[in-house]
Design a protein around this ligand. Structure first.
Ligand code: VGL
Ligand code: ZN
Length: 205
């Protein structure tokens, strides 16, 4: 690891852990792994899914729809989720054992009511930037390592956008857990491989 490396820790929040509103199987298991990995990085950024009540990605905002239905919205297909990570609720808080005191930035995303944001770089309209690309560039980072939840949604889209933004990218897959909807894990592995994104284990860091 070098001074131009940053670890991006994606959405390790209560709602993505078992008993949360959008539970990712085994989501809590990565917390000690991520803590250990983060302690080896000089620079860490955390992301936090942070939706207003009534967010357009919630099935509850679409009469007659249920979670995991897919609908067409202004920017294309959107999976509808259970209400999750509502701003300033316990479900949106970081999992209590996550301990990364030296994290330099908490990047919140998904706060525009009409647009979901899987990626930490661009919202789901693929046009609205979060500012993270500029932040990382201005600070001179060149390589982004990713860990967190969920491997096949927010980690995947963040990793892909990091490549498009010109960063070298490494996904630490054993420090991620997946939702796995309709083959989304296999699709993620294919897509990361096509983009030349390395998936490494902790031991290889
Ligand atoms: C996520 C679905 C909806 C994630 C966030 O963090 O992967 N997935 N919101
Ligand atoms: Zn969300």
């Amino acid at each position: 690891m070098t001074a131009s490396d940053i670890l991006l820790v994606v959405d390790i929040q209560n709602d993505f852990c078992p008993e949360g509103a959008l539970a990712v199987p085994g989501g809590h298991e990565i917390v000690p792994i991520v803590n250990r990995i983060a302690s080896r990085f000089a620079h860490v950024v955390l992301t936090q899914d942070w939706h207003p009540r009534g967010h357009n990605s919630f099935a509850s905002s679409h009469p007659g729809r249920v979670p995991y239905d897919v609908v067409e919205v202004s920017y294309g297909r959107q999976i509808l989720w259970p209400d999750h990570c509502v701003q300033d609720t316990p479900g949106a808080a970081f999992q209590k054992d996550l301990h990364i005191p030296h994290a330099e930035l908490i990047l919140r995303k998904g706060y525009h009511r009409a647009i979901d944001s899987y990626s930490a770089f661009y919202e789901n309209d693929r046009r609205t930037p979060t500012g993270l690309g500029g932040y990382l560039r201005e600070r001179g980072f060149a390589r982004v390592f990713l860990a967190g939840l969920a491997f096949d949604f927010c980690v995947r889209y963040s990793a892909e956008d990091a490549v498009r933004e010109g960063f070298s990218v490494v996904v630490i897959e054993e420090a991620c857990r997946a939702i796995d909807l309709d083959g989304s894990v296999a699709a993620t592995r294919d897509s990361l491989a096509k983009l030349g994104i390395a998936c490494l284990g902790e031991a290889a860091l």
